[in-house]
Design a protein around this ligand. Structure first.
Ligand code: C5P
Length: 222
């Protein structure tokens, strides 16, 4: 049996972007690399947890000792999370597309003289808020990320309350963290904010996992 501060715990992590098809050959995506989410899955496994990593399309190897479920769309990601529950901890590190396209069954053709096609957007499920709103199936700790270019902490606090999560890891994406190896994280909880210096994404992951172990201990018996 595994040993470590998260031994006996099941941790679900979402990571990477989602791809939302426009037609059979085109899609909408975002700049998430999956580095931070994958690093968290790796760190949680090292800490002894059983880890399910639900990943959108990324150019990263599957982390060692982790159960990986690869998906493309937000709806597939939610279905994979659903199938992986119950868990002690849910960490939503994926950059889930807020909207999907009402996809065409066939490739949209460009015809001379036609005006460009309009994309009809439909709201995607909010996986983090959905998991946090579960009753008996709600993981003891639900953790989200906030990537913002402005008013970082205000948006993070708003997300904490609105999505009913226990912790938001906020980072400023105005300064090129997408795809980069480092992150400047602020941990936002109901108790307040703790700001970490600029750290490697692996270091952010192992510190976060240590914090999760402490929070689980503190909430034991509650
Ligand atoms: O509101 P915003 O998208 O900025 O919130 C980010 C957090 O919510 C991240 O933890 C992200 O993984 C999660 N999220 C989600 N499903 C969505 C949108 C965001 O799980 N559809």
């Amino acid at each position: 049996p595994a040993s470590g501060p998260l031994a006996g715990r099941h941790v679900i992590v979402t990571s990477g972007p989602t791809h939302e098809p426009i037609d059979p050959v085109r899609y909408i995506a975002n700049r998430s690399s999956g580095k931070q989410g994958h690093a968290i899955a790796t760190a949680a496994a090292r800490a002894g947890a059983r880890v399910t990593l639900v990943s959108g399309p990324v150019n990263l190897p599957d982390p060692a000792g982790v159960e990986v479920r690869r998906v493309e769309t937000a709806r597939e990601m939610l279905a994979a999370v659903d199938a992986a529950l119950p868990a002690d901890v849910f960490i939503g590190a994926a950059a889930v597309a807020d909207w999907r396209v009402e996809a065409a069954g066939d490739k949209i053709k460009k015809k001379k003289g036609d005006s460009p096609p309009a994309l009809a957007l439909v709201e995607n499920p909010d996986i983090l808020a959905d998991v946090a709103a579960r009753g008996r199936e709600r993981p003891r700790l639900v953790i989200g990320f906030a990537a913002e270019t402005e008013n970082l902490l205000a948006h993070a606090r708003d997300k904490l309350v609105r999505k009913r999560v226990d912790l938001i890891v906020a980072n400023d994406v105005g300064s090129g963290v997408f795809g980069a190896g480092e992150n400047e994280a602020h941990l936002v909880t109901a108790e307040g904010v703790e700001s970490w210096p600029r750290l490697g994404k692996d270091e952010v992951a192992s510190r976060l996992v240590a914090r999760i172990a402490t929070m689980l201990e503190a909430s034991a018996g509650k």
